[in-house]
Design a protein around this ligand. Structure first.
Ligand code: SF4
Ligand code: SF4
Length: 252
C-alpha cells in the first residue's frame, strides 16, 4: 500500500509505472527491461517482482514487454480531474491519437471511454504499441486494458455500412461474410494484418490463399486506402497444412 501511495504522489509530476504482479510464475522480462533497476525479481524467477517507484523515469519499457499486462504508466500531471494511463496494445493499425477507446478494468469490464492522446513504441524491438489514454482521475488506477470498440455495447451491425451484397462470403474457411469484413473496416481495422489478428480471417485451412485478394479489395474500398497501405497477410511457413508425421520423417 505504501508503494501505491508513493506512485500516486509521483504521478502528479509525470508518468510512473504502476506494477501489480502477484502471481508466483516464472517470469522476469520486466526486470531485464528496466535499465534503472526499479524492478527486481532476483535469483528465484518465481518471486513476484519488487518495485521501487523512486527509480522509475516512466520510460514504459516494462509496460510494453510484460506478457501478463501487469504494468501500466500513470500520469496525473494534466490535472483538472484528468489522468493519463499508458497501456500496451498489439493492434497498432486500430488506434490513432485523437480517437477514442474504451478503458477496461482488470476483469475486462468497460469503465468508460477515454481519449487517445498518444501512440508510440517504447523501443524499436517491441511488438506492442504504447497507447496513452486520458480518463477521469477517479478511475485511473482501475484501468488495466483498452479496446477500440466493445462488441456488446457497439455491435458491428450498428456501424454505418455501404450497401453491398452482404451475403457474399469472403473467407470460406472462417465463414466471414462481405458484410462482416465491412463492419470490421468501420470499426477501424485498416490493414489486412490487423484484421487477421482480430477476426481470424485468413487463418483457416487455405491460409489466406483464396480470400486475400478479395478481402484486400473490400478493405481498400471501405477505407479509401491504397493496396500498399492495406498490405498483405504475413506469410509464415508452413504455407499449407503439414502432417506432424511428415515433419518427423515418418511419411514420405
Ligand atoms: S517505466 Fe521504465 S524506469 Fe519505470 S519501472 Fe518500467 S522500465 Fe523501469
Ligand atoms: S513481466 Fe509482468 S508478469 Fe512477468 S514478472 Fe514482470 S510484471 Fe510480472
Amino acid at each position: 500500500m505504501e508503494v501505491m501511495r508513493e506512485v500516486w504522489e509521483m504521478a502528479a509530476k509525470g508518468a510512473v509505472a504502476v506494477l501489480v504482479c502477484r502471481e508466483q510464475i516464472p517470469c522476469n522480462p520486466c526486470e531485464e527491461a528496466c535499465r534503472r533497476g526499479a524492478i527486481v525479481v532476483g535469483e528465484d524467477i518465481c518471486t513476484p517482482p519488487r518495485y521501487d517507484p523512486s527509480r522509475c523515469d516512466g520510460c514504459g519499457r516494462c509496460v510494453a514487454i510484460c506478457p501478463g499486462m501487469a504494468v501500466v504508466l500513470l500520469d496525473r500531471s494534466p490535472g483538472g480531474g484528468r489522468a493519463r494511463v499508458t497501456l500496451p496494445y498489439e493492434m497498432r493499425d486500430a488506434v490513432e491519437a485523437g480517437g477514442e477507446a474504451w478503458a477496461l478494468d482488470a476483469e475486462g469490464v468497460p469503465l468508460g471511454k477515454g481519449r487517445i492522446v498518444r501512440t508510440a513504441k517504447a523501443s524499436r524491438k517491441d511488438a506492442a504499441m504504447l497507447v496513452t489514454l486520458e480518463v477521469p482521475e477517479e478511475w485511473s488506477l482501475k484501468v488495466k486494458g483498452l479496446r477500440v470498440r466493445v462488441m456488446s455495447l457497439e455491435a458491428p451491425q450498428e456501424a454505418e455500412m455501404p450497401s453491398r451484397d452482404e451475403g457474399r462470403t469472403v473467407c470460406r474457411c472462417e465463414e466471414i461474410s462481405c458484410a462482416e469484413a465491412q463492419a470490421y473496416a468501420a470499426m477501424g481495422f485498416r490493414s489486412l494484418g490487423a484484421l487477421r489478428r482480430y477476426s481470424r480471417i485468413g487463418l483457416g485451412y487455405c491460409q489466406g490463399r483464396f480470400c486475400q485478394t478479395m478481402l484486400a479489395g473490400e478493405l481498400q474500398e471501405a477505407t479509401s486506402r491504397t493496396p500498399e497501405e492495406v498490405g498483405t497477410f504475413r506469410v509464415r511457413p508452413p504455407v499449407r497444412p503439414v502432417k506432424l508425421s511428415r515433419l518427423g520423417g515418418e511419411d514420405g
